[in-house]
Design a binder for this molecule. Sequence first.
Ligand code: SF4
Ligand code: SF4
Length: 82
Amino acid sequence: ALLINDLCINCDVCAPACPNEAIRMGETIYEILASRCTECVGHFDEPQCVEVCPVECIDPDPDHPETREALLEKSLRLAGER
Ligand code: SF4
Ligand code: SF4
């Protein structure tokens, strides 16, 4: 999963770009729900939030390192919930 750091300016550009509805406004800045972030695996070649963020404040989440395989599995599970 990816992580939004405190440089976030709450511009709300990333949330609608996320294919997994993994991004929402948190207490002070936007947050990524690790359980829903597939790093865009299964949808796009590049993480869409990273592509659109104007201040480049989205990094890999050190607490949630995942293999591409695990991310694809998560993507399939999320697709099954729809
Ligand atoms: Fe959503 Fe993709 Fe960003 Fe994860 S990397 S939060 S799935 S847009
Ligand atoms: Fe924050 Fe970047 Fe998302 Fe804007 S696009 S809300 S600055 S993480």
